[in-house]
Design a protein around this ligand. Structure first.
Ligand code: NDP
Ligand code: GUE
Ligand code: MG
Length: 352
C-alpha cells in the first residue's frame, strides 16, 4: 500500500471530511477522516450501523485511533439506550465478578463500571476474597443468571490459581456471556455455519477497528501472535471467518520474524514488550497491537507507562496503519463489552 494512500477501499462516499494534524510520540501524522453514514459495509457491531472512517497521513503510517472510534461507538450505544429506556423502561445491566485483589484487575473493573455509567448501563458487582471457594463464585454467578435486571455477566480474569477457570466460565448463562468466554460460545465461533451468541470483546474490537477504517480482510494473509483463549485464539478464528488466510505464531514458533513478515495484517497479543520489531513487518502491513505492558518510567506519575508488543517507533515507519498503545485496542475492548451488553438486553427482552 502506497505510503500516502488511504487505507480505505471504494465503498464509501465522503460526506464530511476533517483534517486534523496531531503529534504522537514525536511523529507528525496528518489525519483525514471520511465519515459516511451511507456505507453498506457490514459492521461487527450489530446494534446499529456505525459509519466507517478512513485516514491518510503524510508519514508512512496511519494511526488506527481506537480511542476515537470507541468514543463514537459509546455515543451510539448511549443514544440507543436512551431510546430503549424511554420507550420500554428497560435498563441494560452488567454484572462484574472480581475474585481477589489484583491491582490491575481492580483498575479494569473500575474502568468498566465507569464506562457502563457513561452510556446508561446499570452495573452490579460482586467482590470476593482471593481464598473463597469455586462454589462461592458459582453461587454468585447463579444469582446473576436468574436476575432479570442483569443482561451481561463478566468474571474478571485471571482467577486465583486454585480455581478451575473452565468450570467457572461454564456456570455463566450462555445468554448472558458478554465476554464470549463460555465454552459453547467459543465452540460455535470455531464451527463453520454456526454463530456464537457473543464474540469475545478484544478480538471483536480489533475487527471492528479494521472494519471502521475500511481495511479489507478477505483473501489477505494474517498472522496472529499469541494463542490465548481470550485474545489470540478467538482473533484467529474471527480473521478466518472474515476469509483471511491465518497463521498463528506462539512461543514455540521457529522463525517468528520470517512468518510475520509475510502478513498483510498482524495482530499481536503476547504480553512481551517490543517483541515485534520493524524488521518483522512487510512494508504496508496493517498492525494491531493488543499488548498492554507496563514498563518502568520514573518520569511518569504512576512510575510506569504502558507499551504494546510492537516497537511502535520502528513499526510506524514500515506499516501502512498501526494501533497505538494506549489508545488503540484497549478502549475498543470496553466499547465492545458495552455493545455486547446492549445486544444481550435487546435479545433477552426481544427488542428490535
Ligand atoms: N487491549 C486489550 O483490551 C487487552 C490486552 N491484553 C494484553 O494482551 C497481551 C496478551 O494477553 P493474553 O492473551 O491474556 O496473554 P497470555 O499470557 O494468556 O498469552 C500470551 C500468548 O503469547 C504467546 N507468547 C509469549 N511469548 C511469546 C514470544 N516470545 N513469541 C511468540 N509468542 C509468545 C504465548 O505462547 P504460548 O501459548 O506458547 O505460551 C501465548 O499464546 C497482554 O499484554 C495483555 O495485557 C489482554 C486482553 C485484553
Ligand atoms: N473477563 C475478562 N474480560 C476482559 O475483557 C479482560 C479480563 N477479563 N482480564 C484482563 C483483560 C485486559 N483487558 C483490558 C481492557 C481494557 C484496556 C484499556 O482500556 N486500556 C487502555 C489503557 C488504560 C490505562 O491507561 O491503564 C488503553 O489501551 O488505552 C486494557 C485491557 C480486558 N481484559
Ligand atoms: Mg491469559
Amino acid at each position: 500500500m502506497a505510503a500516502s494512500s488511504t487505507v480505505f477501499s471504494d465503498s464509501y462516499s465522503a460526506t464530511s471530511r476533517l483534517l486534523l494534524p496531531f503529534r504522537i510520540r514525536g511523529f507528525h501524522l496528518r489525519r483525514t477522516l471520511f465519515l459516511s453514514p451511507k456505507s453498506n459495509n457490514r459492521s461487527f457491531v450489530s446494534s446499529s450501523a456505525f459509519a466507517p472512517v478512513a485516514m491518510t497521513t503524510e508519514t508512512s503510517s496511519k494511526l488506527l485511533d481506537g480511542k476515537l472510534i470507541a468514543k463514537k461507538i459509546r455515543d451510539e450505544i448511549a443514544g440507543e439506550i436512551d431510546g430503549i429506556k424511554e420507550s420500554t423502561g428497560i435498563v441494560p445491566g452488567l454484572a462484574v465478578i472480581l475474585v481477589g485483589s489484583r491491582k490491575d484487575s481492580q483498575t479494569y473493573v473500575r474502568n468498566k463500571k465507569k464506562a457502563c455509567e457513561d452510556v446508561g448501563i446499570a452495573s452490579y458487582e460482586a467482590n470476593l476474597p482471593e481464598d473463597c471457594s469455586e462454589e462461592e463464585v458459582i453461587k454468585h454467578i447463579s444469582k446473576f443468571n436468574s436476575n432479570p435486571s442483569v443482561h451481561g455477566i463478566l468474571v474478571q480474569l485471571p482467577l486465583p490459581r486454585h480455581m478451575n477457570e473452565e468450570k467457572i466460565l461454564n456456570a455463566v448463562s450462555i445468554e448472558k456471556d458478554v465476554d464470549g468466554f463460555h465454552p459453547l460460545n467459543i465452540g460455535r465461533l470455531a464451527m463453520q455455519g454456526r454463530e456464537p451468541l457473543f464474540v469475545p470483546c478484544t478480538p471483536k474490537g480489533c475487527m471492528e477497528l479494521l472494519h471502521r477504517y475500511g481495511i479489507e480482510i478477505k483473501g489477505k494473509r494474517a498472522v496472529v501472535i499469541g494463542r490465548s483463549n481470550i485474545v489470540g485464539m478467538p482473533a484467529a478464528l474471527l480473521l478466518q471467518r472474515a476469509n483471511a488466510t491465518v497463521t498463528m505464531v506462539h512461543s514455540y514458533t521457529k522463525n517468528p520474524e520470517e512468518i510475520t513478515k509475510q502478513a498483510d495484517i498482524v495482530i499481536s497479543a503476547t504480553g512481551v514488550a517490543n517483541l515485534v520489531r520493524g524488521s518483522w513487518l512487510k512494508p504496508g502491513a496493517v498492525v494491531v497491537d493488543v499488548g498492554i505492558n507496563p514498563v518502568d518510567d520514573t518520569g511518569s506519575a504512576r512510575g510506569y507507562r504502558l507499551v504494546g508488543d510492537v516497537c511502535f517507533e520502528e513499526a510506524c515507519k514500515v506499516a501502512s496503519a498501526i494501533t497505538p498503545v494506549p489508545g488503540g485496542v484497549g478502549p475498543m475492548t470496553i466499547a465492545m463489552l458495552l455493545s455486547n451488553t446492549l445486544s444481550s438486553a435487546k435479545r433477552l427482552h426481544e427488542l428490535k
